[in-house]
Design a protein around this ligand. Structure first.
Ligand SMILES: [Zn+2]
Length: 275
């Protein structure tokens, strides 16, 4: 990305791959380059990377004392529209910072204006092409995302102290992964309501007695079967009102438990409990 007193040009590269390199520079009326910079925005989506780039392209020139007209050259007009839209959307924080910067800038002088110009990156046009070259020279190592995810997952304060530990078919602990949709989503993703119950069950946030007791919610702690405390373990293994075979070790066990107990861990009360 290039940005500056009179011209700003925006370029994002390799978005969503663990590293997004961007450059920022600018030129005044005589095409003198004012500033050039590039940085890594981390693991973000492509539209958010573009928004971030545009936000920088705007916030730099508004600080230039003699700047009356900002031109932003970008290959993403969708992101340009979002950049000046303060409504709710992904990357809204970037848009809000653009809007705030522009609002103050416009208020100071009625003649100030901003123009977004669409430049396809494939054209490699002038300063936009130069920005592209500058940005793509920055090579960023994507990092071992899965490794860091798995090691962070070992920390109960990150995972959640109540997280239900399950095993892979080979007996090793189940680890988070995004491959093939990840183990949890690929097993339960077909039904939103069932997946919600599974999430509540696995993370320990199901609307059951133990949860009400833990968070001091004014709801009964006992189970419909008469047990004093309706814990997850009780529901999965001991409850006489539920059909279960054994304590779940695998995702498949949870799946069959949910199938045979379609109200378990959900907000719907058992049919017997509904008047
Ligand atoms: Zn029970």
């Amino acid at each position: 990305m290039l940005a500056g007193g009179r011209h700003s040009t925006v370029e994002a590269s390799n978005p969503g791959r663990g590293g997004t390199g961007r450059g920022l520079s600018g030129s005044d009326e005589g095409h003198r380059e004012l500033k050039r910079t590039r940085y890594v925005s981390g693991r973000v989506t492509a539209p958010d990377a573009e928004l971030n780039a545009i936000s920088c392209a705007v916030r730099l020139p508004v600080k230039q004392a003699n700047c009356q007209h900002i031109m932003v050259f970008t290959d993403s007009m969708g992101s340009a529209h979002r950049a000046v839209d303060p409504g709710v959307h992904s990357g809204q924080a970037f848009s809000l910072s653009v809007c705030r910067a522009l609002q103050e800038w416009f208020e100071a002088d009625d003649l100030r204006r901003i123009t977004f110009v669409y430049v396809p990156s494939t054209l490699r046009w002038d300063i936009h092409g130069e920005a592209h070259k500058y940005v793509t020279k920055l090579k960023v190592r994507a990092g071992r995302l899965l490794d860091s995810w798995s090691s962070t997952f070992q920390d109960p304060t990150y995972r959640g102290s109540e997280f239900l530990e399950l095993q892979q078919p080979d007996g090793r602990p189940l680890q988070p992964s995004y491959l093939n949709g990840g183990p949890w989503l690929s097993t339960f993703g077909h039904s939103i309501t069932e997946f919600a119950r599974v999430c509540w069950c696995i993370t320990g946030h199901a609307p059951i007695g133990a949860y009400y007791r833990r968070f001091k919610i004014n709801e009964p702690h006992g189970c419909t079967c008469g047990a004093a405390l309706q814990s997850r373990q009780h529901i999965l293994l001991r409850c006489r009102d539920r059909y279960s075979v054994h304590y779940p070790r695998f995702l498949g066990d949870i799946a069959s438990f949910m199938k045979y107990n379609p109200t378990a861990f959900g907000f719907n009360r058992d049919p017997s409990g509904v008047g």
